[in-house]
Design a protein. Structure first.
Length: 152
């Protein structure tokens, strides 16, 4: 299948929600492991007793921990690109952390295909807008514009 035909098929999805993930829990253990990995041990993340008296009433996940769920959610998308050899993370255009994720909360991702751009070397730049929601909350935890490069 040619890049032109792939683009033609996928262009009709631009601006549309292509996936809603299942809910997944963000545990204190994950938060602690992330703190160890990033060396970010701020008390609002890891000190359960102090955080209980803090502004959120419990510890909260690091914003970057919430963001780091994007690959987990993206791998669940049933949309497959015919003829693609691989897709790599190409970065982010914009990220906003809007609402904290309290330890023990469940999050999910709503993914909208935001754009496609043909690039030299048999590649296509894919742009997706991820809205990571928190179960029971009106405001999302994070909105991120993620880029992927598709190689054919």
């Amino acid at each position: 299948m040619s890049i032109a035909s792939v683009l033609k098929d996928m262009e009709k999805l631009i601006g549309k929600e292509i996936f809603i993930s299942d809910w997944t829990e963000v545990t204190q253990e994950q938060i602690n492991q992330f703190a160890d990995s990033t060396k970010d041990h701020q008390w609002i993340h890891v000190d359960v007793e102090k955080a209980a008296k803090g502004p959120f009433g419990k510890t909260i996940a690091h914003g970057f921990l919430t963001l780091s769920h994007l690959p987990f959610f993206s791998y669940q998308v049933p949309l497959k690109v015919e003829g693609a050899q691989m897709v790599i993370n190409y970065g982010l255009d914009k990220v906003r952390f809007i609402n904290p994720v309290i330890s023990g909360s469940k999050i999910r991702d709503r993914i909208v295909l935001s754009g496609l751009e043909e690039k030299p070397g048999n590649r296509v730049l894919l742009k997706q807008t991820h809205t990571i929601e928190i179960e029971g909350q009106d405001k999302p935890a994070c909105i991120a514009e993620a880029l992927g490069m598709i190689f054919f």
